[in-house]
Design a protein around this ligand. Structure first.
Ligand code: IPE
Ligand code: IPE
Ligand code: MG
Length: 226
């Protein structure tokens, strides 16, 4: 991909870990472990191709309340272990890590690992890697509405001041380049409550490829389509 490529911000709904495992007669947990390898490849690809921001949907609020406890605790411990394992290597590659979502009910351990990844990589100037954990788009918009309402009740804003620009200030990722391309793997053609506000004008790309099989070639195909 050329230097002057205008693609700055890509988001991925990493779906299909369970189906990948089922096809191989493996437990779902094995699908999530394989999914982590695909995350590494996607991050490398983004860094190598001068993509500024890569936002990955790791866990939705619906997943957090709706999946079996054992699957969730496996997912959470995967997140903690992988962050601990890779944060230094990512830091050396100048990657800046951040998180979006409602993190109040995550375990202290998970939050500590997240905070540490953020602070270690805070001054990096390369790829911005955003993980959406316990995130949902409708939560994001509602949260922004609450922040704006607070400003109105404090007398800092009037109702007429509630513009799209004002709302946008309180929406996740608004400080980053706008979302250019949203990719979803494994054949479902829906956004599943991901970046609802942010994707108002994004291109959408759907592929049948299951997330653990999504490699650098698959990523290349997606951005070529863009
Ligand atoms: C996506 O794979 C991973 C997460 C939601 C964490 P799934 O677990 O949704 O896999 P499928 O959709 O059952 O195949
Ligand atoms: C969306 O996938 C959430 C993530 C990829 C983290 P799901 O598999 O949870 O979505 P639905 O339930 O099929 O819409
Ligand atoms: Mg799924």
């Amino acid at each position: 991909m050329s230097e002057q490529n205008i693609l700055k911000h890509v988001a991925i709904i990493m779906d299909g870990n369970g189906r990948w495992a089922k096809k191989k007669l493996l437990p779902r947990a094995a699908g999530h472990v394989a999914g982590v390898k695909a995350v590494q490849k996607a991050v490398e690809f983004a860094a190598e191709n001068n993509i500024s921001v890569l936002t990955l949907f790791a866990l939705s609020i619906e997943n957090y309340s709706g999946r079996p406890k054992e699957e969730l605790s496996h997912l959470m411990s995967l997140i903690v272990k992988q962050l601990a394992k890779h944060v230094i290597a990512l830091h050396e590659k100048n990657v800046k890590i951040s998180f979006i979502g409602d993190h109040g009910n995550l375990s202290v351990k998970v939050r500590q690992e997240m905070d540490s990844a953020v602070s270690i990589t805070a001054d990096n100037t390369g790829l911005q890697l955003v993980f959406a954990i316990n995130y949902s788009g409708l939560w994001d918009i509602t949260n922004a509405a609450q922040r704006v309402a607070e400003k109105v009740s404090e007398g800092c804003l009037t109702v007429a001041d509630i513009t799209q620009e004002e709302m946008n200030k309180h929406i996740s990722l608004s400080e980053l380049p706008k979302l250019d391309l949203m990719i979803r793997t494994s054949g479902e053609m829906r956004l599943s409550n991901f970046l609802i506000w942010q994707s108002a004008y994004s291109e959408l790309y759907f592929t049948e490829t299951l997330w653990p099989d999504f490699d650098k070639n698959s990523f290349e195909q997606a951005i070529t389509a863009f």
